[in-house]
Design a protein around this ligand. Structure first.
Ligand SMILES: [Zn+2]
Length: 367
Protein backbone atom coordinates (compact mmCIF):
# COMPACT_ATOMS: atom_id res chain seq x y z
CA UNK A 1 0.00 0.00 0.00
CA UNK A 2 1.24 3.53 -0.77
CA UNK A 3 2.32 5.57 2.22
CA UNK A 4 -0.25 8.29 2.86
CA UNK A 5 0.73 11.93 2.45
CA UNK A 6 -1.05 15.11 3.57
CA UNK A 7 -2.40 15.47 0.03
CA UNK A 8 -3.71 11.91 -0.26
CA UNK A 9 -5.97 11.82 2.77
CA UNK A 10 -9.54 13.02 2.47
CA UNK A 11 -10.98 14.99 5.40
CA UNK A 12 -13.87 12.54 5.84
CA UNK A 13 -11.29 9.96 6.90
CA UNK A 14 -10.21 12.27 9.66
CA UNK A 15 -12.12 10.93 12.61
CA UNK A 16 -10.19 11.36 15.79
CA UNK A 17 -10.57 9.88 19.24
CA UNK A 18 -10.85 13.39 20.59
CA UNK A 19 -14.51 14.10 20.10
CA UNK A 20 -16.51 14.80 23.21
CA UNK A 21 -20.00 13.71 24.15
CA UNK A 22 -20.38 15.08 27.61
CA UNK A 23 -21.12 18.54 28.95
CA UNK A 24 -18.89 19.50 31.86
CA UNK A 25 -18.60 22.65 33.91
CA UNK A 26 -15.92 25.19 33.05
CA UNK A 27 -16.80 27.33 36.07
CA UNK A 28 -13.81 28.91 37.77
CA UNK A 29 -11.65 29.03 34.65
CA UNK A 30 -10.12 32.22 33.30
CA UNK A 31 -8.75 32.70 29.82
CA UNK A 32 -6.02 35.38 29.76
CA UNK A 33 -6.30 35.74 25.97
CA UNK A 34 -10.09 35.37 25.83
CA UNK A 35 -11.09 33.56 22.65
CA UNK A 36 -8.11 34.90 20.71
CA UNK A 37 -6.11 32.37 18.72
CA UNK A 38 -3.03 32.89 16.52
CA UNK A 39 -3.83 33.27 12.82
CA UNK A 40 -2.24 31.52 9.82
CA UNK A 41 1.56 31.70 9.81
CA UNK A 42 1.59 33.30 13.26
CA UNK A 43 3.13 32.32 16.57
CA UNK A 44 1.92 33.95 19.76
CA UNK A 45 4.26 34.19 22.73
CA UNK A 46 2.27 33.32 25.83
CA UNK A 47 5.00 32.96 28.47
CA UNK A 48 8.77 32.85 28.74
CA UNK A 49 9.86 29.76 26.81
CA UNK A 50 6.61 28.89 25.05
CA UNK A 51 4.75 30.06 21.94
CA UNK A 52 1.36 29.08 20.53
CA UNK A 53 0.38 28.09 17.00
CA UNK A 54 -3.06 26.98 15.94
CA UNK A 55 -3.49 24.25 13.34
CA UNK A 56 -6.98 24.11 11.78
CA UNK A 57 -8.75 20.75 11.47
CA UNK A 58 -12.08 19.57 10.11
CA UNK A 59 -14.81 18.16 12.32
CA UNK A 60 -16.24 19.24 15.63
CA UNK A 61 -12.85 20.01 17.15
CA UNK A 62 -12.00 22.53 14.44
CA UNK A 63 -8.33 22.89 15.44
CA UNK A 64 -5.45 21.59 17.48
CA UNK A 65 -3.01 23.84 19.33
CA UNK A 66 0.64 23.24 18.70
CA UNK A 67 2.93 24.49 21.47
CA UNK A 68 6.46 25.51 20.51
CA UNK A 69 8.97 25.36 23.33
CA UNK A 70 12.23 27.31 23.22
CA UNK A 71 15.02 24.77 22.77
CA UNK A 72 18.72 24.85 22.03
CA UNK A 73 18.97 26.66 18.65
CA UNK A 74 15.29 26.40 17.76
CA UNK A 75 11.82 25.29 18.78
CA UNK A 76 10.59 21.94 20.02
CA UNK A 77 7.09 21.22 18.69
CA UNK A 78 4.47 19.63 20.95
CA UNK A 79 1.72 18.00 18.85
CA UNK A 80 1.42 18.50 15.14
CA UNK A 81 -2.07 18.07 13.65
CA UNK A 82 -3.46 15.38 11.40
CA UNK A 83 -2.17 13.98 8.16
CA UNK A 84 -4.31 16.36 6.10
CA UNK A 85 -3.54 19.04 3.59
CA UNK A 86 -5.33 21.59 5.81
CA UNK A 87 -2.83 20.87 8.61
CA UNK A 88 0.31 20.65 6.49
CA UNK A 89 -0.69 23.92 4.78
CA UNK A 90 -0.88 25.54 8.22
CA UNK A 91 2.70 24.39 8.90
CA UNK A 92 3.85 25.64 5.50
CA UNK A 93 2.34 29.04 6.35
CA UNK A 94 4.31 29.00 9.60
CA UNK A 95 7.52 28.06 7.78
CA UNK A 96 6.94 31.04 5.47
CA UNK A 97 5.89 33.22 8.42
CA UNK A 98 6.94 33.31 12.05
CA UNK A 99 8.93 30.06 11.80
CA UNK A 100 10.93 31.22 8.76
CA UNK A 101 14.09 31.85 10.75
CA UNK A 102 13.87 29.13 13.38
CA UNK A 103 14.40 25.40 12.90
CA UNK A 104 12.42 22.67 14.64
CA UNK A 105 14.78 20.85 17.01
CA UNK A 106 12.53 17.99 18.11
CA UNK A 107 8.95 16.85 17.91
CA UNK A 108 6.94 15.70 20.92
CA UNK A 109 3.76 13.68 20.74
CA UNK A 110 1.73 13.99 23.94
CA UNK A 111 -0.16 10.86 22.89
CA UNK A 112 -0.92 8.65 19.94
CA UNK A 113 -4.13 10.14 18.55
CA UNK A 114 -3.79 11.14 14.90
CA UNK A 115 -4.54 14.81 15.48
CA UNK A 116 -1.48 14.87 17.76
CA UNK A 117 1.02 12.77 15.82
CA UNK A 118 -0.43 12.76 12.29
CA UNK A 119 2.28 15.10 11.02
CA UNK A 120 4.98 14.23 13.57
CA UNK A 121 6.88 12.00 11.14
CA UNK A 122 6.48 14.62 8.43
CA UNK A 123 8.03 17.30 10.65
CA UNK A 124 10.80 14.94 11.83
CA UNK A 125 11.66 14.12 8.23
CA UNK A 126 11.63 17.75 7.12
CA UNK A 127 13.93 18.87 9.95
CA UNK A 128 15.91 15.62 10.30
CA UNK A 129 15.06 15.49 13.96
CA UNK A 130 13.78 12.99 16.53
CA UNK A 131 10.31 12.12 17.74
CA UNK A 132 9.89 12.11 21.54
CA UNK A 133 7.04 10.14 23.10
CA UNK A 134 6.31 7.91 26.06
CA UNK A 135 6.87 4.23 25.38
CA UNK A 136 3.20 3.34 25.87
CA UNK A 137 2.09 5.88 23.28
CA UNK A 138 4.85 5.08 20.83
CA UNK A 139 4.34 1.33 20.89
CA UNK A 140 0.57 1.60 20.67
CA UNK A 141 0.84 3.97 17.73
CA UNK A 142 3.25 1.67 15.94
CA UNK A 143 1.00 -1.30 16.63
CA UNK A 144 -2.09 0.45 15.26
CA UNK A 145 -0.27 1.72 12.18
CA UNK A 146 0.94 -1.81 11.43
CA UNK A 147 -2.53 -3.35 11.84
CA UNK A 148 -3.92 -2.94 8.33
CA UNK A 149 -6.29 -5.63 7.08
CA UNK A 150 -9.12 -5.97 4.64
CA UNK A 151 -11.82 -6.76 7.17
CA UNK A 152 -12.44 -5.98 10.81
CA UNK A 153 -11.31 -8.89 13.00
CA UNK A 154 -13.89 -11.22 14.51
CA UNK A 155 -13.05 -9.84 17.96
CA UNK A 156 -14.34 -6.43 16.83
CA UNK A 157 -17.70 -7.94 15.84
CA UNK A 158 -17.85 -9.76 19.17
CA UNK A 159 -17.05 -6.62 21.15
CA UNK A 160 -19.74 -4.53 19.42
CA UNK A 161 -22.23 -7.38 19.66
CA UNK A 162 -21.38 -7.67 23.35
CA UNK A 163 -22.12 -3.96 23.77
CA UNK A 164 -25.64 -4.56 22.43
CA UNK A 165 -25.53 -3.49 18.80
CA UNK A 166 -27.60 -5.65 16.45
CA UNK A 167 -25.94 -7.66 13.69
CA UNK A 168 -26.80 -5.17 10.92
CA UNK A 169 -25.32 -2.26 12.84
CA UNK A 170 -22.19 -4.21 13.70
CA UNK A 171 -21.78 -5.08 10.00
CA UNK A 172 -22.18 -1.38 9.13
CA UNK A 173 -19.62 -0.35 11.76
CA UNK A 174 -17.16 -3.01 10.61
CA UNK A 175 -17.78 -2.06 6.98
CA UNK A 176 -15.88 1.19 7.45
CA UNK A 177 -12.73 -0.86 6.98
CA UNK A 178 -9.84 -1.59 9.24
CA UNK A 179 -6.47 0.07 9.52
CA UNK A 180 -7.72 3.62 9.11
CA UNK A 181 -5.25 4.75 11.77
CA UNK A 182 -2.42 4.14 9.32
CA UNK A 183 -4.13 6.42 6.82
CA UNK A 184 -4.28 9.29 9.31
CA UNK A 185 -0.63 9.32 10.36
CA UNK A 186 2.41 10.16 8.25
CA UNK A 187 5.03 7.43 8.27
CA UNK A 188 6.64 7.46 11.70
CA UNK A 189 10.41 7.31 12.21
CA UNK A 190 11.63 3.77 12.94
CA UNK A 191 13.20 4.94 16.20
CA UNK A 192 12.07 7.35 18.88
CA UNK A 193 13.29 9.07 22.03
CA UNK A 194 11.53 7.85 25.13
CA UNK A 195 10.14 10.21 27.76
CA UNK A 196 8.79 8.92 31.07
CA UNK A 197 7.15 10.21 34.26
CA UNK A 198 9.49 12.50 36.17
CA UNK A 199 12.04 13.02 33.38
CA UNK A 200 13.40 16.55 33.35
CA UNK A 201 14.21 17.70 29.83
CA UNK A 202 16.94 20.27 29.37
CA UNK A 203 15.74 22.67 26.71
CA UNK A 204 18.35 25.40 27.01
CA UNK A 205 17.10 28.21 29.22
CA UNK A 206 14.20 26.06 30.44
CA UNK A 207 13.63 22.67 31.97
CA UNK A 208 10.39 20.79 31.37
CA UNK A 209 9.29 17.89 33.55
CA UNK A 210 7.27 15.00 32.12
CA UNK A 211 3.96 14.38 33.90
CA UNK A 212 2.14 11.25 32.75
CA UNK A 213 -1.58 10.57 32.83
CA UNK A 214 -3.69 7.69 31.54
CA UNK A 215 -7.25 6.82 30.56
CA UNK A 216 -7.70 8.89 27.40
CA UNK A 217 -4.65 7.10 26.04
CA UNK A 218 -2.19 4.64 27.60
CA UNK A 219 0.67 6.86 28.77
CA UNK A 220 -0.15 10.47 27.94
CA UNK A 221 2.76 12.89 28.47
CA UNK A 222 2.19 16.42 29.73
CA UNK A 223 5.11 18.84 30.07
CA UNK A 224 5.51 21.06 33.12
CA UNK A 225 7.75 24.10 33.46
CA UNK A 226 7.93 24.60 37.21
CA UNK A 227 9.88 27.87 36.93
CA UNK A 228 7.42 29.69 34.72
CA UNK A 229 4.34 27.81 35.97
CA UNK A 230 3.21 26.45 32.59
CA UNK A 231 1.66 23.04 31.92
CA UNK A 232 1.35 21.75 28.35
CA UNK A 233 -1.55 19.42 28.99
CA UNK A 234 -2.35 17.79 25.63
CA UNK A 235 -5.72 16.06 25.97
CA UNK A 236 -5.16 15.12 29.61
CA UNK A 237 -6.78 18.38 30.71
CA UNK A 238 -9.06 20.24 28.29
CA UNK A 239 -10.97 23.40 29.27
CA UNK A 240 -14.24 23.05 27.39
CA UNK A 241 -14.77 19.42 26.42
CA UNK A 242 -14.32 16.17 28.28
CA UNK A 243 -11.68 13.84 26.87
CA UNK A 244 -12.99 10.55 25.52
CA UNK A 245 -12.26 7.66 27.88
CA UNK A 246 -12.89 4.41 26.04
CA UNK A 247 -12.37 0.69 26.32
CA UNK A 248 -10.61 -0.37 23.11
CA UNK A 249 -10.49 -3.64 21.25
CA UNK A 250 -6.82 -4.15 22.04
CA UNK A 251 -7.62 -4.28 25.78
CA UNK A 252 -11.32 -5.19 26.01
CA UNK A 253 -11.39 -5.94 29.76
CA UNK A 254 -9.55 -2.78 30.80
CA UNK A 255 -10.68 -0.07 33.23
CA UNK A 256 -9.54 3.16 31.57
CA UNK A 257 -11.96 5.27 33.60
CA UNK A 258 -10.21 3.99 36.73
CA UNK A 259 -6.91 5.11 35.19
CA UNK A 260 -8.45 8.46 34.27
CA UNK A 261 -9.81 9.16 37.76
CA UNK A 262 -6.48 8.13 39.33
CA UNK A 263 -4.69 10.49 36.94
CA UNK A 264 -6.97 13.35 37.95
CA UNK A 265 -6.15 12.73 41.61
CA UNK A 266 -2.43 12.79 40.79
CA UNK A 267 -2.71 15.97 38.70
CA UNK A 268 -4.48 17.66 41.61
CA UNK A 269 -1.08 17.55 43.37
CA UNK A 270 0.29 19.99 40.78
CA UNK A 271 0.21 23.69 41.71
CA UNK A 272 -3.23 25.25 41.31
CA UNK A 273 -1.95 28.42 39.64
CA UNK A 274 -0.40 26.91 36.51
CA UNK A 275 -1.13 28.34 33.09
CA UNK A 276 -2.60 25.31 31.31
CA UNK A 277 -1.93 24.99 27.57
CA UNK A 278 -4.36 22.39 26.20
CA UNK A 279 -4.42 20.72 22.79
CA UNK A 280 -7.94 21.96 22.10
CA UNK A 281 -9.43 25.25 23.30
CA UNK A 282 -7.63 28.24 24.77
CA UNK A 283 -4.91 28.49 27.43
CA UNK A 284 -6.43 28.94 30.86
CA UNK A 285 -5.97 29.27 34.59
CA UNK A 286 -8.04 27.06 36.85
CA UNK A 287 -6.40 23.63 36.70
CA UNK A 288 -7.91 22.42 39.95
CA UNK A 289 -11.52 23.54 39.37
CA UNK A 290 -11.38 21.95 35.94
CA UNK A 291 -9.98 18.63 37.20
CA UNK A 292 -12.57 18.55 39.96
CA UNK A 293 -15.38 19.27 37.47
CA UNK A 294 -14.20 16.45 35.19
CA UNK A 295 -13.87 14.04 38.11
CA UNK A 296 -17.24 14.94 39.61
CA UNK A 297 -19.02 14.66 36.26
CA UNK A 298 -17.74 11.12 35.76
CA UNK A 299 -18.81 10.19 39.28
CA UNK A 300 -22.24 11.72 38.68
CA UNK A 301 -22.67 9.65 35.54
CA UNK A 302 -21.41 6.51 37.24
CA UNK A 303 -24.01 7.09 39.97
CA UNK A 304 -26.72 7.58 37.33
CA UNK A 305 -25.86 4.32 35.59
CA UNK A 306 -25.66 2.52 38.95
CA UNK A 307 -29.09 3.86 39.96
CA UNK A 308 -30.58 2.59 36.71
CA UNK A 309 -28.90 -0.79 37.15
CA UNK A 310 -30.88 -1.17 40.36
CA UNK A 311 -34.04 -0.84 38.26
CA UNK A 312 -33.12 -2.97 35.25
CA UNK A 313 -30.16 -4.70 33.62
CA UNK A 314 -28.33 -2.62 31.00
CA UNK A 315 -26.16 -3.21 27.99
CA UNK A 316 -23.54 -0.61 27.00
CA UNK A 317 -25.85 0.80 24.30
CA UNK A 318 -28.60 1.31 26.90
CA UNK A 319 -26.34 3.71 28.81
CA UNK A 320 -26.09 6.38 26.09
CA UNK A 321 -29.01 8.55 27.34
CA UNK A 322 -27.63 8.31 30.88
CA UNK A 323 -24.12 9.35 29.83
CA UNK A 324 -24.22 11.58 26.79
CA UNK A 325 -25.73 14.90 25.89
CA UNK A 326 -26.18 14.24 22.21
CA UNK A 327 -27.56 11.55 19.92
CA UNK A 328 -25.26 8.65 19.15
CA UNK A 329 -25.15 7.14 15.68
CA UNK A 330 -23.15 6.95 12.49
CA UNK A 331 -19.61 8.13 12.93
CA UNK A 332 -19.60 8.48 16.73
CA UNK A 333 -20.89 4.98 17.57
CA UNK A 334 -17.45 3.50 18.19
CA UNK A 335 -16.30 6.21 20.58
CA UNK A 336 -19.59 6.34 22.44
CA UNK A 337 -19.69 2.57 22.80
CA UNK A 338 -16.14 2.50 24.13
CA UNK A 339 -16.93 5.22 26.66
CA UNK A 340 -20.15 3.51 27.82
CA UNK A 341 -18.22 0.24 28.35
CA UNK A 342 -15.59 2.22 30.29
CA UNK A 343 -18.26 3.41 32.73
CA UNK A 344 -19.68 -0.09 33.15
CA UNK A 345 -16.22 -1.56 33.70
CA UNK A 346 -15.54 1.08 36.38
CA UNK A 347 -18.74 0.08 38.18
CA UNK A 348 -17.67 -3.56 38.00
CA UNK A 349 -14.18 -2.75 39.26
CA UNK A 350 -15.51 -0.89 42.29
CA UNK A 351 -17.98 -3.66 43.07
CA UNK A 352 -21.19 -1.88 42.10
CA UNK A 353 -22.01 -3.98 39.02
CA UNK A 354 -21.68 -7.53 37.76
CA UNK A 355 -21.90 -8.86 34.23
CA UNK A 356 -23.77 -11.74 32.62
CA UNK A 357 -23.26 -12.72 29.01
CA UNK A 358 -26.28 -14.08 27.11
CA UNK A 359 -25.89 -15.01 23.43
CA UNK A 360 -22.73 -12.91 23.26
CA UNK A 361 -24.41 -9.81 24.73
CA UNK A 362 -23.07 -8.38 27.98
CA UNK A 363 -25.78 -7.46 30.48
CA UNK A 364 -24.81 -5.51 33.58
CA UNK A 365 -26.71 -5.79 36.87
CA UNK A 366 -26.39 -3.95 40.14
CA UNK A 367 -24.15 -5.90 42.47
ZN1 LIG B 1 -6.53 12.51 22.20
Amino acid sequence: MDKPTPESVSPDASLTADESFTATSSAGLTYPWGDFAPGPGKLHRIADGISWARIPMPGSLGHINSWLLDDHQGFAVVDSGMLLRECSDAWKALFAGDLAETPITRVFGTHLHPDHIGLAGWLCKKFDTDLWMSRGEWLTARMLIADVRDEAPLAYHQMQRGAGWDADTVAEMAGKGWGRFAQMVFEMPVSYRRIAEGDVLDMGAHQWRVVVGSGHSPEHACLLNETTGVLVSGDQVLPRISSNVSVNLSEPESDPLGDWLTSIDRLLHLPADLLVCPAHGEPFYGLHPRLIALRDEHHRRLDQVHAELKVRPLRAVDCFPLLFNRPIGGHNRDLATGEAIAHLHRLRADGRARRDTVDGVHWYHAA
